[in-house]
Design a protein around this ligand. Sequence first.
Ligand code: PMP
Length: 416
Amino acid sequence: MSEGILQPDQPETLEGEGKDLFSKFDDIIAMREGLLASGVEDPFNLVMEKVLSPTRAICNGRETILLGTYNYMGMTFDPDVVEAGKKALADFGSGTTGSRVLNGTYQGHKEVEQALKDFYDMDHAMVFSTGYQANLGIISTIAGKGDYVILDIDSHASIWDGCAMGNAEIVPFKHNDIEALEKRLKRIPEGAGKLVVLEGVYSMLGDIAPLKEMVAVAKKYGAMVLVDEAHSMGFIGEHGRGVCEQAGVIDDCDFIIGTFSKSVGTVGGFCVSNHPKFEIMRLVCRPYVFTASLPPSVVATAETSIRKLMHGSNKRAHLWENSKNLHKGLRDLGFQLGTDEPQSAIIAVIMPDLERGAAMWEALIKNGLYVNLARPPATPANMTLLRCSLCAEHSEEEVGEILRIFEVAGKAVGII
Ligand code: PMP
């Protein structure tokens, strides 16, 4: 190309001017502008003006049923949890202002780690500032250059980012496909370090992993196993330990990752493990060392919530009822769902395309129901989904109301 002539489709970078680093976002900017130009309410800019309970809020001036939060066990307004947070705020102040390895370990951090060890009946527990950082930290520290991470293609962003940060060889396999996992494991050079990363519940479709078979395959090839139980902790399994407990493989999991931002009802992340050398992670795991620790009020609410979740079997049973009722009701109305049977507290409703998905989302919110609109690239197979996540505090009547709103909106948009 001759110098000095700007081609029409070239970015207009003049001498002395750099490339606009935002140009890589032009497609997504155009897509978003196109969606908003159609006049729909912005599904990614909702404000909760007041939160009335785990299942109700005032959104955009309307009282709204919440069916798109991760508040599975409804702990956010539990009086003991709220009281513990208030007390810690008064006794220890608003923040630690430091890393766990310097001035940021308070009594409360040790207590919440003890609560996690008791909850999972495991030897070690390490608390991070978010679940995202727990995956980032553990995966990148365990699997370094020359090691292999074998992961489900639909893994959460924090898992992919942990792989990239650690510089390990990344070997993805087809979602929930046991044979594909085995094929990949077979090809990895003998003697190499191998970490298989799985999730208990996959949050887009709400389906669970065949952990019994997958963990057995991983062990057959000498791999370590990490399971992210973010969406199952507190709910699935006899003691709420997750899909690994339900599948009877918890003793074969080397690391369980979880979060406080879902069933626990606050913020934070963790890893529990029985590995005898696990404690060294506190010194070598960068996303643990190089960031401030959680505020005292947060760890106090988390500890209280985790201890209460140990006795949450009635709530777990009610949440299963809600999940079954919503799944059946939506299917009977004629909606296409992400799973044939309810497998978790997430029920995904598959939309024909983004435009009708956004229209349906808007019709629901205008009728007083909030769900998550999920779209590519966050979703598998380029699907547009309305993700419904249930709470143990939704009453049977509320589930009935939710179904009535879905019926009205679905008919108005022409989806059913
Ligand atoms: N893992 C999974 C599977 C998740 O879905 C999420 C959050 N949605 C995380 C980890 C990160 O959790 P946190 O919100 O605590 O960062």
